[in-house]
Design a protein around this ligand. Structure first.
Ligand SMILES: C[S@@+](CC[C@H](N)C(=O)[O-])C[C@H]1O[C@@H](n2cnc3c(N)ncnc32)[C@H](O)[C@@H]1O
Length: 248
């Protein structure tokens, strides 16, 4: 991934994106893998979607989220890995996603599934969520929020809590900085059982591993299967979440 893009590709970012992802103006995706992922979302969104579709969330985590809600807000919705499941948990979902190419894919999937009328897909960032105070009973992010200011941070968490109504739940699914969230009052839940990445085919497993998990690519070839355990890839499985029920 680090070698996939160069600084010349940064031109694809909008000024709002540059201010968050390249705040000092001197970013290089070859030194900064987080920046390389942002370029992937914008330059090769279908490739990203193939990976996200294979890395399925633990059904226990999705099932744990509150249900029968009036409104749900998801931030950093991407191509809808979680969004499609949120539809069953609320009457209306607003999916906030900064990357235009990912929003397009998400809208296409919602149309195909007949859910375009229940989910509004909008542009926006963690630190400036385009929704009013107390908007939703569940405000959730999946594999998107981090403590870094460009990808959430203190301002982003405060925004998610602002948009959540009193008594509602803010949840970070597949969190990567559990201690940071715990220090801010978030409780942690994890769901047991073996978990694998379900690639579309063995050929796809090889192709995507070469790009996204190069150190595991040899083992993926040796397995000769489209199903690859997360441990083989050296990735924390998407089996957990951190949450806070707002009391204010
Ligand atoms: C790994 S993807 C996860 C997407 C989706 N939630 C999923 O689980 O498939 C990370 C997502 O976070 C979004 N993102 C990155 N920075 C963001 C920010 N500052 N505010 C909101 N979303 C952001 C990206 O555009 C991308 O869609």
């Amino acid at each position: 991934m680090r070698r996939r893009y160069t600084a010349a590709d940064l031109g694809v970012l909008t000024p709002d994106e540059v201010s968050r992802f390249v705040p000092r103006g001197d970013g290089n995706p070859q030194d900064d893998v987080v920046l390389a992922w942002e370029l992937l979302y914008r330059l090769e969104p279908e490739l990203y979607d193939r990976l996200a579709s294979a890395e399925r969330l633990h059904p226990g985590g999705v099932g744990w989220l509150p249900r029968d809600l009036h409104r749900i807000a998801e931030v950093g919705a991407g191509t809808g890995r979680l969004t499609m499941a949120l539809i069953e948990r609320g009457q209306r979902v607003v999916a906030v996603e900064p990357a235009l190419p990912l929003r397009r894919i998400l809208r296409r999937k919602l149309l195909a599934a007949g859910h375009a009328d229940r989910v509004r897909v909008v542009g926006g960032f963690f630190d400036k969520i385009p929704l009013p105070d107390d908007f939703a009973g569940l405000v959730v992010a999946c594999s998107a929020f981090t403590p870094s200011p460009g990808h959430g941070g203190e301002a982003g968490l405060a925004e998610m809590e602002r948009v959540c109504r009193p008594g509602g739940c803010v949840a970070v699914v597949w969190p990567n900085h559990i201690d940071w969230l715990a220090a801010r009052g978030y409780r942690y839940v994890t769901f047991p059982g073996p978990m694998s990445v379900e690639f579309g085919s063995y050929h796809e497993a090889v192709k995507l591993s070469d790009i996204f998990y190069p150190t595991a690519a040899g083992e993926v070839r040796r397995l000769r299967s489209r199903t690859v355990p997360f441990e083989v890839l050296g990735v924390n499985p998407p089996r957990d979440l951190a949450f806070k029920v707002l009391t204010r």
